[in-house]
Design a protein around this ligand. Structure first.
Ligand SMILES: Nc1ncnc2c1ncn2[C@@H]1O[C@H](COP(=O)(O)OP(=O)(O)OP(=O)(O)O)[C@@H](O)[C@H]1O
Ligand SMILES: [Mg+2]
Length: 362
């Protein structure tokens, strides 16, 4: 194993229950130094539980967690390294600043614990407050800051201690939409520039895309898929992954004599899908992203597209374009982006390129 392959953090079969509820059901992952891993998944899937295990606030029931090759949580070996000895820092959803301290005192607090001298502390505080564009607020009380400013300070406080690992649990979710959008971009730049290894929890796919070097998609206590944002988006491993990220068409199908039968058992439509037949499993779901599907009035179609004919059942204006829902023979409906002239109730053409098709078996 070369140095670059050795993970900074590694989870092997982590299991955690609360009472009779199994919240983590065997979690495995590896994080390389400098990576920005985003744990993405719906509410209740176990993201915060996993983050708290990494932080050391919780102990696993089974499995193990290793940091730079040393076990830090391993119940079978009686190992649980306490939180304060891990050298990790955490940013919370609710900012969690100390109200009786100024901004500078909040940021300096962990530095005192690390034994930095007074002058080192004030230099570090100045540095990180500049990084988060809060240099003018050092003497303010947190109660006199906006939500976005408070979250900037709590990010500065976490970065000030130069943590080995930065953990963030939905840090933007208490902010309004506009501020969330702005701070998301700033935070992405900050994490990249600082080079800190981080684990970022969110249920918001746009945050995940902006912030992650890799996304770990969580579902019911497991990591369902892990990869770069591009990989996970282009090749979802499951129906869940395809549905949670992006907008897709998911058409049940089975194959017979070189034809695809689209639709549910009662209403199967035989269609020929040029150029996609050979690799498809015998049945499952055919996936095409909405943006790969275009809907046209014309009857002539380019020969390199898959073309289905159907009736436009609905057309919606999305602001920057139109979306249409088209019912093809057999009652299967596809959604895609439509030419503005498409009229509801008329016959239209649905087109998508063969290489946009994916097959999902679960
Ligand atoms: N301390 C606890 N005691 C009992 N049950 C808990 C505890 N913490 C979490 N749970 C349960 O574990 C499950 C996962 O919770 P967790 O907070 O990890 O989810 P999450 O993915 O972070 O969700 P959200 O997006 O809503 O924050 C939930 O069903 C929750 O009720
Ligand atoms: Mg949570």
């Amino acid at each position: 194993m070369t140095h670059d392959d050795s993970p900074f953090l590694e989870a092997r079969g982590l299991v955690k229950s609360f009472g009779s509820e199994r919240v983590l059901r065997g979690v495995d992952f590896r994080i390389r130094p400098g990576e920005r891993l985003v744990l993405l998944g719906p509410s209740g899937c176990g993201k915060t539980t996993l983050l708290n295990l990494i932080a050391g606030m919780l102990e696993a029931d089974a499995g193990e967690l290793l940091c730079e090759g040393s076990r830090i949580d391993a119940p079978a070996h009686g190992i649980h390294q306490p939180m304060r000895r891990r050298g990790f820092a955490m940013v919370f959803q609710d900012f969690a600043l100390w109200p009786h301290m100024t901004v500078a005192e909040n940021v300096a607090f962990g530095l005192k614990m690390q034994g930095l001298s007074r002058s080192e502390r004030s230099e570090r505080v100045r540095q990180v407050l500049t990084m988060v564009q809060m240099e003018g607020f050092a003497d303010r009380s947190p109660s006199r800051l906006s939500g976005g400013q408070q979250q900037r300070v709590s990010i500065a406080r976490a970065l000030a201690v130069r943590p080995r690992l930065l953990l963030l649990d939905e840090p933007l979710s208490a902010l309004d939409a506009r501020l969330r959008e702005d701070l998301k971009g700033e935070l992405a730049t900050l994490l990249r520039q600082s080079g800190v290894t981080s684990v970022y929890v969110t249920h918001d796919q746009s945050e995940a895309f902006t912030l992650a070097s890799r996304i770990a998609l969580m579902h019911e206590g497991r990591i369902e898929q892990i990869g770069t944002p591009e990989e996970v988006y282009a090749n979802p491993a499951s129906t869940f992954a395809a549905t949670f990220l992006g907008v897709s068409n998911l058409l049940p199908y089975s194959r017979e004599n070189g034809h695809f039968l689209l639709g549910d058992r009662e209403s199967l439509t035989p269609v020929v899908l040029n150029g996609v037949g050979d690799t498809a499993p015998a049945d499952g779901r055919l996936m095409v992203r909405r943006e790969a599907v275009t809907i046209h009035e014309g009857r002539d179609a380019p020969s390199d597209s898959i073309v289905l004919s159907g009736i436009c059942r609905r057309k919606d204006f999305l602001g920057d374009r139109h979306e249409a829902f088209v019912e093809v023979e057999g009652g299967v409906t596809l959604r895609g982006f439509a030419a503005p002239g498409i009229v509801e109730g008329t016959r239209v053409q649905v087109r998508f390129p063969p290489d946009a098709v994916r097959f999902l078996t679960h």
